[in-house]
Design a protein around this ligand. Structure first.
Ligand code: EPU
Length: 428
């Protein structure tokens, strides 16, 4: 098992380059199955969710060739059986995108119930509703989801709540259905737009991605394509929060500043300077950090995936901040760990009350999930003394070369092997 050891208290300074977006790439890799030829994908981050997703394709019979750093050629035209290996699928959330893509291509799919971070209830009723609307039948048995359809017919799909995953799955299943599909109350995240752009570059006819109504006119076939994944909005936001927490001065490169607007606006309220350039942002601090309130919302609201990192920053601000989590019902599991480091946070249901303490102190902590783990890294960087973070396989699911990138900014962070078996090692 590996852990991070961080000697805190150093200002982050310099430049860091953001990798491709995890939540776009874990949808786009399965979407390659829909093409009748090979695809070349660029800007693929080297993270364990990607290794597992590529491995799933490989195990199903696809050819996966690494052409260079972050660039892969995938030929998924000879899938033997549209069944995703259970041992791989059950570990990551995005395995459920194989349901939409295999259904869209072969009219049937068998995938285990998805895994991923435990953030509270994560039902998939809206995914199944979308598949049923398109004419598929779905059966859940023995931890597996079986779906099949003789023919997929375009349909009106209204989501009862805004969901990224079900919007993506509906797009994947509808892209080759007969006729028009209209998805209403659709999610609007940047990765939804990225997936639509990718599918359109294969010959799909998708309009409205990025708004709450997406219209998809089914096409008979899709061709192979070359495509570069967008930069990761949440990785960028995490470095922005880390720069602020250490009162540093960091140029964060390869970003789309528009995707960062809600994060930038909150940082500005807290007293952080954020300068925007064409494809980079500079984050610095020269005055006091002050309290604010944050409520997570679907895009373009403040992203739930930045809530733990910003809460950590607010521990270092003057005054009492209120953070309300509106997307998931259990996304404060990092709070106990931050308390070990001296944070003053109380949680009541979906609301955290954070009393700024000015300084945290290093402690041994455990990463409970991906973004919570990133928050603990930020806490460790800003704290006095040494922080040891266990279960970093969670963090490596979504951050490429985290410790190297942080060391490039002057952080004192190392990864250490300790006896024990990590889930990631067992899977890969
Ligand atoms: N929901 C339902 N029914 C459904 C689907 C979702 O009730 O059928 C609920 C969820 O329980 C949740 C809300 O709707 O309360 C939103 O869930 P959503 O479907 O949008 O989330 P997701 O697709 O499971 C993706 C990201 C998460 C990110 C959320 C919200 C991937 C692989 N995961 O999850 O990313 O937090 O959208 O933006 O794209 C992360 O990267 O750390 C992460 C957890």
């Amino acid at each position: 098992m590996e852990k991070y050891i961080i000697k805190g208290g150093r200002r982050l300074e310099g430049e860091v380059t953001i990798s491709g977006a995890k939540n776009a790439v874990v949808a786009i890799i399965p979407a390659v199955i829909l093409a009748d030829g090979p695809c070349v994908l660029e800007n693929i981050p080297q993270i364990s969710d990607v290794s597992i997703t590529l491995r799933m394709l490989y195990e199903m019979g696809a050819e996966v060739t690494r052409l260079g750093k972050g660039t892969y050629r995938i030929d998924a035209t000879r899938i033997k059986d549209p069944v995703v290996p259970y041992e791989l699928a059950r570990h990551i959330r995005a395995s459920y995108y194989f349901l939409g893509t295999l259904l869209g291509k072969y009219g049937r799919a068998r995938v285990s119930m998805p895994g991923g971070c435990y953030l509270g209830d994560r039902p998939i009723d809206q995914h199944l509703k979308a598949f049923s609307s398109l004419g598929a039948s779905c059966v859940l048995e023995n931890g597996m989801i079986d779906i099949c359809a003789d023919r997929l017919i375009g349909s009106q799909i209204y989501f009862d709540k805004i969901t990224v995953g079900a919007t993506i799955n509906a797009m994947l299943a509808a892209v080759k259905a007969t006729g028009l599909t209209v998805i209403e109350n659709a999610a609007r995240e940047p990765h939804i737009v990225d997936l639509a752009n990718f599918l359109n570059s294969m010959g799909a006819d998708i309009m409205g991605a990025g708004t709450d109504v997406i219209k998809i006119r089914g096409v008979r076939s899709l061709k192979g394509t070359s495509y570069a994944i967008i930069p990761d909005q949440i990785e960028a936001g995490t470095y922005m929060a880390a720069a602020a927490a250490t009162r540093g001065n960091v140029l964060i490169k390869n970003v789309i500043p528009k995707h960062l607007e809600s994060i930038t606006a909150k940082l500005a309220k807290i007293g952080v300077n954020v300068e925007e350039f064409d494809d980079s942002v500079r984050v610095s601090v020269d005055g006091p950090l002050v309290k604010t309130s944050i409520k997570t919302m679907p895009h373009p609201g403040f992203p739930t995936d930045m809530q733990p990192q910003m809460s950590t920053l607010l521990c270092l601000a003057n005054g009492t901040s209120i953070v309300t989590e509106e997307i998931f019902n259990n996304r404060f599991r990092y709070v106990d760990e931050l308390r070990r480091m001296g944070a003053d946070i109380s949680v009541e249901g979906r609301v955290a009350v954070i009393v700024g303490v000015g300084r945290l102190s290093g402690a041994p902590v455990t990463a409970p999930d991906l973004r919570a783990g990133a928050a603990l890294v930020i806490a460790g960087l800003a704290a006095n003394g040494v922080t040891e973070i266990d279960d970093i396989y969670h963090i490596e699911r979504g951050y490429e070369n985290l410790e190297e990138k942080l060391r490039g900014l002057g952080a004192d962070i190392v990864k250490k092997n300790v006896p024990g078996v990590s889930v990631r090692k067992a899977v890969l």
